[in-house]
Design a protein around this ligand. Structure first.
Ligand code: HEC
Ligand code: HEC
Ligand code: HEC
Ligand code: HEC
Ligand code: HEC
Ligand code: HEC
Ligand code: HEC
Length: 275
């Protein structure tokens, strides 16, 4: 897919949204972070946003989301609640580039009533149009341990909802629903277990990065540090909290591979989390 750069004015929505998730990285075209901070005056031109061009329909132009609603009101109807609706991207002509930010320019697709295949991008088949803004994720999916998104075996939409509600299924705060997303494909971790490991309540992403990691099994840390996020007493044994001195054990492998706490997701046989 080739990319075409067009200058965009950004509405206040993008700034609100970006502030909410403050620390997170996002790349829109060149240098957006800097640009967002200085576009407090909405009459000046916003940052350059790279919108997707469709190699299969090089002559297509942007028509705006309203055009899409004539045939896809099932999608447009709920879009106001979608995370990405808050982007509020408009092009120089004042057109709302909501749908086409991911689907690419839609004039030919709309003119032909959707009859000719390939005239509109479907990011469910190819995540490139997501990567134009979420470039950091592309890097992560190339790390040694990652979901096979680049291979087409898992799609962003298995875990994200682009059209309505929070793009993170279950939302940022409803952690059980976020885990449900993972249970669709990983039912072994779902339990129920007789001996629950309370860490699971904090969500799978406490220990795993679903986009990819340099560590085996997409782990956020490759050694005891993963567990020491919560079990500080193990690193600093103090009497009644941790009666077992771990010093010698930690050299024998990780907490889960040294033959001690291998059932990290919960156990049916042992309260110290063994199989
Ligand atoms: C005149 C009617 C019409 C308009 C206008 C229209 N579409 Fe479509 N679209 C269709 C039809 C028909 C299909 C094929 C059947 C289906 O999947 O619903 C389709 C399919 C699609 C698909 C799936 C394509 C695929 O290969 O899987 C996407 C994505 C899409 N449209 C997006 C859009 C967007 C974005 C707009 C606005 C820029 C738009 N459409 C405007 C009629 C239309
Ligand atoms: C954040 C990116 C994004 C935005 C914005 C977006 N879509 Fe989509 N759209 C997708 C993805 C990803 C898929 C593939 C869904 C799947 O594979 O389950 C998709 C699929 C579709 C389809 C194919 C049928 C379906 O539901 O799977 C249509 C039609 C469609 N989108 C229309 C729209 C319209 C109309 C808008 C604007 C109101 C819009 N999209 C906005 C990412 C987006
Ligand atoms: C035009 C740029 C753009 C495109 C294209 C785009 N995004 Fe986003 N997306 C953003 C911005 C800006 C945010 C808000 C800042 C942030 O949280 O990183 C965001 C936020 C998100 C979030 C977090 C939502 C939340 O509620 O916190 C997810 C998940 C996401 N995008 C996934 C996708 C997926 C999947 C695609 C492709 C189908 C996609 N994005 C395409 C710009 C884009
Ligand atoms: C296996 C599930 C899964 C897949 C596949 C997936 N994500 Fe995510 N993503 C998540 C979860 C869970 C979160 C929220 C927790 C977190 O922040 O790690 C998230 C958060 C995000 C966020 C917002 C927070 C951040 O880290 O910036 C963005 C943006 C995002 N994903 C983009 C994408 C894109 C783009 C794709 C496809 C190329 C994708 N994701 C594929 C599970 C997934
Ligand atoms: C659409 C199905 C699907 C969803 C949803 C899904 N995964 Fe996966 N997951 C996979 C596939 C496929 C693999 C790769 C397995 C392989 O290569 O054999 C995988 C691999 C993994 C691995 C590495 C396993 C290993 O043996 O190396 C972990 C950890 C993982 N997923 C965690 C998660 C988490 C956490 C979530 C939720 C945020 C999630 N997955 C959501 C399909 C999914
Ligand atoms: C307390 C940290 C932690 C939490 C929380 C966690 N995991 Fe894991 N997970 C691990 C560790 C450590 C491994 C590696 C185990 C090994 O190599 O023996 C692992 C391995 C996996 C694997 C690879 C298969 C296996 O069992 O070795 C999958 C799949 C997986 N986790 C999915 C999930 C899902 C889904 C969730 C949320 C419901 C989750 N994990 C929550 C620490 C965690
Ligand atoms: C998100 C926080 C968190 C993380 C990360 C975490 N744990 Fe836990 N773990 C808990 C809580 C809470 C308990 C229950 C209270 C307690 O016993 O300290 C617990 C209990 C345990 C127990 C005792 C279980 C029992 O029933 O006696 C073991 C063993 C354990 N964790 C091992 C691990 C290992 C190994 C890791 C790293 C793979 C890990 N934990 C990571 C929060 C966490």
């Amino acid at each position: 897919m080739t990319m075409r750069q067009i200058p965009q004015k950004l509405s206040g929505g993008l700034r609100r949204m970006t502030r909410r998730r403050g620390a997170r990285k996002l790349l829109i075209g060149a240098g957006i972070a800097g640009s967002i901070l200085i576009t407090s005056c909405m009459t000046v031109n916003g940052p350059v946003v790279t919108l997707p061009a469709n190699a299969a329909a090089p002559d297509a132009t942007f028509v705006g989301s309203e055009e899409c609603s004539y045939c896809h009101d099932d999608v447009t109807g709920g879009f106001h609640s979608a995370s990405h609706a808050r982007l509020g991207l408009r092009n120089e002509d004042g057109l709302m580039i909501g749908c086409e930010a991911c689907h690419g320019p839609g004039s030919l697709h709309a003119e032909n009533g959707g009859e000719i295949p390939g005239q509109i991008i479907n990011p469910g088949d190819n995540p490139e149009s997501c990567f134009q803004c979420h470039l950091d994720k592309k890097g992560q999916f190339h790390l040694p341990s990652a979901h096979p998104v680049m291979e087409g075996r898992v799609s962003c939409t298995d875990c994200h909802d682009p059209h309505k509600g929070s793009a993170i299924k279950g939302g940022g705060t409803a952690l059980m629903s976020e885990n449900q997303t993972c249970f669709q494909c990983h039912d072994a971790q779902a339990g129920p277990h007789i001996f629950e490991h309370e860490a699971m309540r904090d969500g799978c992403t406490t220990c795993h990065d679903p986009h990819g990691s340099v560590n085996d099994k997409m782990l956020k840390a490759r050694n005891a540090n993963l567990c020491l996020q919560c079990h500080m007493e193990v690193a600093n044994p103090v009497g009644n909290v941790d009666t077992f001195h771990h010093g010698s054990r930690l050299g024998a492998g990780t907490c889960w591979s040294a033959g001690c706490h291998e059932a990290v997701h919960g156990s049916n046989s042992s309260s110290s989390l063994r199989y």
